[in-house]
Design a protein around this ligand. Structure first.
Ligand code: NAP
Ligand code: HSE
Length: 430
């Protein structure tokens, strides 16, 4: 056995405390896997006194996390603070420049700066690893980077945010309100420090950006992701989806098309009984087609202390074994500049919900605006109203151009018979 790998850990929150506990309690088993010992030598957090559920009294404490990148007794910096700028970025850059390996769960940082950080790691001959950044306990980074590489991947799609999947499944199962279920996801440690990143779709977009690079060899292109979150989804939409035989899931989808790479994050109607529709609670899933290697479907817990800390440890074992290859599976200089699919090319069938005043002519007006944009209706539900309340009209369209549906909805929303901007959810092809 060679000398031990010395770990400096920045961030002792949900994930960081989990990593510290595994390093403390599983040292022997990890040494077998890694071929050498791994030891936590220094930590940093804001509050030194907080109980982390693990004894850190013998571990050096740095008030300034950046000092971890300078310490002689640290070979690898584990960044578990979070945030795409600020201290997290400065620490990762400082560590790489100082010739230290970096392991991080910070998808926001990598989605924005992954190409540059990958190049920096290569220049200094060190590893930049991020298994924990995508889908917690599912080993999807390693699988795409090292496993499913022989035939190329044509499309990848998945449920990438545990908080949103937890919210949607809880709302469906119990009818509990959005805010109450989000608070529960926060208590379980699933949500980001800023939960609008979860429910607004930003966190899914960060992960999708990284998956796209791993699958297609493109430079991370977060700006190229079209993002819609789940914040406008109501219990009524979930109930209507059920009536049509669907479940609503927040999906991230990346595919290679004739026009370029398409990256989409949006709530989608997924047919009930299909594997993605059956993914419950904080579980994540990733499905893709790996050419002659066949289709694959991974499912596992996507958020929280246990799954995420486990992925960090897997990266540390790789570093300890000297598996230092490029962050995105090919040298940073070889990452292809992204070519985006134009939005005009996007086609789908759509679920549409209109909240309208129940007055004569409203249906004719909606139909006219849809017809003007060549959007044709496949099926429709209209419910009776409680006195004085607006009524819901719900439709499924035939396949239509995304931009045409948006134009029709803008015209419909301008009507004085329509009380709010209509809800639009694409139907996911099974
Ligand atoms: P968290 O619970 O909020 O923990 C953040 C930690 O960073 C805290 O220990 C905090 O210290 C420390 N910190 C904040 N500012 C600092 C500073 N200036 N210097 C040193 N330490 C500082 O966050 P988390 O949920 O563990 O997430 C950490 C990272 O993992 C994020 O990038 C997140 O996106 C990612 N991630 C999280 C999950 C998950 O399920 N939670 C899953 C995958 C990836 P104090 O404790 O003293 O305040
Ligand atoms: N907030 C993220 C989620 C954590 O809910 O999926 C895991 O990346």
């Amino acid at each position: 056995m060679t000398s031990e790998l010395r770990v400096g850990l920045a961030g002792l929150g949900t994930v960081g405390a989990g990593v510290a506990a595994i390093l403390a309690h599983n040292a022997r088993a990890l040494a077998w896997r890694a071929g050498r010992g791994m030891r936590l030598t220094a930590v940093s957090s804001r509050d030194r006194q907080k109980d982390r559920g693990v004894d850190l009294s013998a571990i050096a404490f740095e008030r300034d996390a950046l000092a971890l990148a300078e310490r002689d007794d640290v070979d690898v910096v584990v960044e578990l603070i979070g945030g795409e700028e600020g201290i997290a970025r400065a620490l990762v850059e400082g560590a790489l420049r100082g010739g230290k390996h970096v392991v991080t769960a910070n998808k926001a940082l990598l989605a924005r700066h992954g190409a540059g950080l990958g190049a920096l790691a290569e220049r200094h001959g060190v590893a930049l690893k991020f298994e924990a950044a995508i889908c917690g306990g599912i080993p999807i980074v390693k699988s795409l980077r090292e496993g499913l590489i022989s035939y190329g991947i044509s499309a990848v799609r998945g449920i990438l945010n545990g908080t949103c999947n937890f919210i949607l499944t809880q709302m469906e199962a119990s009818g509990r309100p959005f805010a109450e279920v989000l608070a529960e996801a926060q208590r379980f440690g699933y949500a980001e420090a800023d939960p609008t990143l979860d429910i607004g779709g930003g966190d899914t977009a960060h992960k999708l950006t990284l998956l796209t690079s791993l699958a297609f060899g493109t430079a991370p292109d977060f700006e190229g992701v079209a993002i819609t979150g789940i914040d406008k989804i109501t219990p009524a939409d979930i109930a209507f989806a059920g009536e049509f035989g669907y479940r609503i899931k927040l999906l991230g989808v990346a595919r290679r098309t004739a026009g370029g790479i398409e990256q989409l994050v949006n709530p989608a109607m997924v047919r009930a009984g299909t594997p993605l529709a059956d993914v419950e609670s904080s579980f994540n899933a990733v499905a893709a087609d790996a050419g002659e290697a066949g289709p694959f479907f991974f499912q596992g817990r996507g958020a929280g202390r246990g799954p995420t800390a486990s992925a960090v440890i897997a990266d540390l074992v790789d570093v300890a074994r000297g598996a230092l290859g490029p962050a995105f599976g090919r040298p940073a200089a070889e990452l292809v500049p992204p070519r985006r699919e134009p939005a005009e090319a996007r086609m789908s069938a759509y679920y549409l919900r209109f909240q309208v005043l129940d007055v004569p002519g409203v249906m004719a007006e909606i139909s006219r605006h849809l017809a003007n944009q060549l959007v044709s209706i496949e099926s429709m539900i209209q419910r009776g109203r409680a006195p004085g309340e607006p009524v819901a009209i719900v439709m499924i369209t035939h396949e239509a151009q995304h931009v045409a549906v948006v134009r029709a909805l803008q015209a419909i929303a301008a009507s004085d018979k329509v009380v709010e901007f209509p809800c639009m959810i694409p139907m996911e092809a099974a």
